[in-house]
Design a protein around this ligand. Structure first.
Ligand code: 5GP
Length: 186
């Protein structure tokens, strides 16, 4: 979902509440750290050179340029969590969704998170106070491109009431564990 939709807060809270059942994938990024963000908690913050080295070494399951910065999902941690039967939360953009769905077609359940209208999205982004006028513009233009991909997702979650949205996301997460494609029926 677009920046400001609340997807990170939703995914993190639901993942925390599911405790040992779930694992939250911490991405690597070249984006500068925002105030209050912690390395190894919110992201692994690296330089562009370090990121490209990881790309070369095949460290990422997928990576993409989003809003002018690089973001990537490390493969090893995810495979480990999946082998332990955990729900793996990926907070990634539409390009990442396409790549991960290709890599794990039987496992992926996707949820597109957005606000009820454009006005709310702008208000939330401004209130977050993390963006400059310029990056706000970039994120709003990208939001429109991202919305076009909604039909590729399994679920569309309008994050109006946070607690209600959390309930829905939790249901999607739990249902993802019992997809028939996840069982070895033989
Ligand atoms: P932000 O800079 O606001 O934290 O994230 C910007 C966008 O990048 C969000 O849409 C977020 O979901 C996406 N993103 C974060 N990590 C990854 C990742 O590992 N891969 C991809 N493809 N997108 C990511």
């Amino acid at each position: 979902g677009p920046s400001g939709s609340g997807k990170t807060s939703l995914a993190r809270e639901v993942c925390d509440e599911l405790k040992d059942k779930a694992y939250f994938s911490i991405s690597t990024t070249t984006r500068p750290k925002r105030e209050g963000e912690k390395d190894g908690v919110d992201y692994f913050f690296v330089t562009k050179e370090e990121f490209l080295k990881d790309v070369e070494e095949g460290y990422f399951l997928e990576w993409a340029e989003v809003h002018g910065n690089f973001y990537g999902t490390s493969k090893r941690q995810i495979d480990k969590a999946l082998s332990e039967g955990k729900i793996v939360f990926l907070d990634i953009d539409v390009q990442g969704h396409e790549a991960v769905r290709k890599a794990y077609p039987d496992v992926v359940t996707s949820v597109f998170v957005t606000t009820k209208d454009k006005k709310t999205l702008i208000e939330r982004l401004k209130k977050r106070g993390t963006e400059t006028e310029e990056s706000l513009k970039v994120r709003m233009i990208n939001a429109l491109h991202e919305m076009k991909k909604i039909p590729e997702y399994d679920y569309l979650l309008i994050n109006d009431d946070f607690n209600e949205a959390k309930e829905y996301l939790r249901s999607c997460a739990l249902a993802s564990l019992i997809k028939t494609s996840k069982y070895d029926l033989d």
